[in-house]
Design a protein around this ligand. Structure first.
Ligand SMILES: Nc1ncnc2c1ncn2[C@@H]1O[C@H](COP(=O)(O)OP(=O)(O)OP(=O)(O)O)[C@@H](O)[C@H]1O
Length: 206
């Protein structure tokens, strides 16, 4: 499995400023990549290219054996009346697992993200940090080749954000390439590799 950028550059419009150019990097499963840079540096744009939602103006994004790309958005969303556990079990059932093994796998994911005690709580009653961690667990439950996470701590206070940062470490998975767009220095530090779109000398590579 390979996800790679080869000399990728992007700008909007024919005469727009280049957001980034010459990005070349291979992304590997098991790593958690922080994608950082100031507002407007192109983090969301690069996530869209990696999700195949748009194509780069120059260079190429290579997808080899990438079957599924999932997103975790900035604002957690779910079914307010369903339990937290259901949110994780459903994508496992959707993969075709039997109910008993879906339940075991969902339990394992809930404990991995410190959510055992809220497993039977309704989604609508979760705190912001719990809901955000649940989104990470749900993201992994669908077993994507690539998991894109957009600003996971933007809406959270500092203490809650710290628990999400430790969940960022838990999201590392040998089957999955994880890429986290973030402004947050602590979230960045929680990742295993860093890709900075905003450094004065141009992009920094891991
Ligand atoms: N569809 C579009 N058409 C024209 N310009 C766009 C489009 N999408 C984004 N831009 C511009 O491209 C630049 C980069 O936007 P992008 O959202 O990728 O940055 P970002 O680093 O994710 O910013 P933030 O941290 O504020 O979310 C911004 O100046 C934005 O206004």
């Amino acid at each position: 499995m390979l996800l790679a950028l080869e000399n990728v550059g992007h700008r909007y419009g024919r005469d727009g400023d280049w957001l980034f150019r010459g990005l070349t990097i291979d992304f590997h499963p098991g790593e958690v990549y922080a994608l950082t840079g100031p507002s407007g540096s192109g983090k969301s744009t690069l996530l869209s290219l990696l999700a195949r939602r748009s194509r780069p103006r120059e260079g190429a994004v290579r997808f080899t054996d990438i079957e599924k790309v999932s997103w975790v958005f900035q604002n957690p969303f779910g079914s307010p009346h369903r339990t937290a556990l259901d949110h994780v079990a459903l994508p496992i059932l959707a993969r075709g697992e039997k109910p008993a093994s879906a339940e075991d796998e969902a339990d394992e994911l809930m404990s991995r993200f410190g959510l055992q005690s809220v497993a039977q709580r309704r989604f609508g009653d979760l705190s912001g940090g719990e809901a955000q961690r649940l989104m990470l667990a749900r993201g992994l439950a669908s077993r994507p080749s690539v998991l894109l996470i957009d600003e996971p701590t933007a809406q959270l206070d500092r203490r809650t954000a710290e628990r999400v940062d430790s969940a960022i470490r838990a999201v590392a998975d040998p089957r999955t390439i994880v890429i986290v767009a973030t402004h947050d220095e602590r979230t960045r530090a929680a990742c295993t590799k860093q890709l900075d779109l905003g450094s004065p000398e141009g992009p920094d590579y891991p």
